[in-house]
Design a protein around this ligand. Sequence first.
Ligand SMILES: [Ca+2]
Length: 152
Amino acid sequence: MEPSGTLTLRLVATDNGLPPLTSTATINVIVDPINMYSPVFSNQTYTALVSEDAPVGSMVIQVTATDNDQGDFGKIKYRLESSSDKNFLINPDDGTITVARDGQFDAVKNPKLTLEVVATDSPNNSLKSKYSNCYVRKLKIFLNIGANMHFR
Ligand SMILES: [Ca+2]
């Protein structure tokens, strides 16, 4: 839960009668925190290598982003864009990308893949996340799939 505050205003209306009559009203103003900062990745482009025979669960790379806001607005969730290769998974909490299916890589036919990762803030408050469109940063990951990671 993000920090929020409440201001209480007390309004008093007085007429000019003798004696003056007054009426009061109390207004509670909820102060919403502002989502000031966008998540920022530590790199704009990451390079990773995956062997053709990498088993399910193999770690490919970890991407990291930071957000200077407090509370939910500073909490980051990671996801892969739908256009990304389907043979990978990302941990939404720590940005670790792993192999989701084995036997899917072919270093000759498809030596390079691109994954697009998105970091969003405000993950637990959908009402405020509508303001977070511009608080999403994208980056591309180039995966050079080399057979058994032997380099020539
Ligand atoms: Ca933020």
